[in-house]
Design a protein around this ligand. Structure first.
Ligand code: NDP
Length: 310
């Protein structure tokens, strides 16, 4: 069994920052990157609100540079997902998808949050065949095609705008009669000629032979004037919010109703001494790379204090 002073779970801004602080403090730590190294930043385009980049920075480049920085300061970055973890006694023991086990004196959970789906059977049926929750990852395949983005928040607007530069037409499927997104984002999509917003619409299913060819929509569901219609599209992008990646912690660490890790006020400490949480997995309010990176720093310092007290 591999042993470490600190197991950092998650390869996003929170995890990478925690790993940089651990390496620079000469505390042995292993950072585990899951199946999507870089996390949500790899699904965004230019980031203009991360200080230090006056001209903006590409999201994928930013996390790839963070990862390289971990390695440059002597950090140990490994691939693998934690399938289960025993936090009932110390050292904590994590079991990875490879079957390997890691015993850790402390754990920093920085697993982030993942995209939500509507829960339609067709989303699974057409997974990888026209259904996606990541415009930056998959937009390339829809050049000069027609796509739809579900959602009316900032993510949906950002994804729709990104796709509008590749696809010939982008529909936004919005269940209310307004966009929840910030004014700047709203304006951006409203002023983009090839984005059309379909208000008061819900998706009931998808259709197509071998791949998505369209969506079954309903306008004003359950209201007078309810109307069902089909929207021919080649790609269906989900942008309806996120779910924290905490399934593997259920029953061991205190989670809130939505599944986010509960931390002590002004601390990254969780309900289990020696286990800390950083980034979106514990913080549904901010969801910003800079906030996650800040949390990663705090978690590393909290873990270091914990270890030095032992
Ligand atoms: P939000 O929760 O803000 O928005 C989710 C959207 O999806 C809403 O329009 C919601 O509709 C809709 N929705 C949810 N469930 C369903 C469903 N079952 N069917 C149809 N529509 C559904 O999530 P976001 O991911 O957009 O944003 C999360 C946070 O991150 C926000 O605070 C946002 O401001 C921030 N953010 C900031 C960015 C930036 O500043 N550049 C970029 C991206 C995100 P309804 O309104 O009806 O609930």
């Amino acid at each position: 069994m591999t042993e470490t002073k600190c197991l950092i779970i998650g390869g996003g801004p929170a995890g990478y920052t925690a790993a940089i602080y651990m390496a620079r403090a000469a505390v042995s730590a292993i950072l585990l990157e899951g199946i999507q190294p870089g996390g949500q930043l790899t699904t965004t385009t230019t980031i203009e609100n991360f200080p230090g980049f006056p001209a903006g920075v590409d999201g994928t480049q930013l996390v790839s540079d963070m990862r390289q920085q971990v390695i440059n300061v002597g950090g140990d970055v490994r691939q693998g997902s934690v399938t289960s973890i025993d936090l009932s006694s110390r050292p904590f023991v994590a079991t990875l998808d490879s079957g390997e086990q890691i015993a850790a004196a402390t754990v920093i959970v920085a697993t982030g949050a993942r995209a939500k789906y509507l829960g339609l059977a067709d989303e699974q049926k057409y997974a990888g065949l026209g259904v996606s929750a990541c415009a930056t990852c998959d937009g390339f395949f829809y050049r000069r095609k027609t796509v739809a983005v579900v959602g009316g928040g900032d993510t949906a607007c950002e994804e729709a705008h990104y796709l509008s530069q590749l696809a010939s037409k982008v529909y936004m499927i919005v269940r209310k009669d307004y966009l929840r997104a910030s004014a700047a984002m709203r304006e951006r999509v409203e002023q983009t000629p090839n984005i059309e917003i379909l208000y008061n619409c819900n998706t009931e299913g998808l259709y197509g032979d071998g791949g998505v060819e369209g969506a079954h929509l309903v306008r004003r569901r359950g209201e007078p004037g309810e109307e069902r219609f089909d929207l021919p599209i080649d790609g269906f992008f989900l942008a309806i919010g996120h779910q924290p990646a905490t399934d593997f912690l259920a029953g061991q660490v205190e989670l809130d109703q939505a599944g986010y890790i509960v931390t002590a006020p002004h601390s990254t400490a969780t309900s289990v001494p020696g286990v800390f949480a950083a980034g979106d997995v514990a913080n549904p309010d901010y969801r910003q790379a800079i906030a996650a990176a800040g949390d990663g720093c705090r978690a590393a310092l909290d873990a270091q204090k914990f270890l030095s007290r032992e």
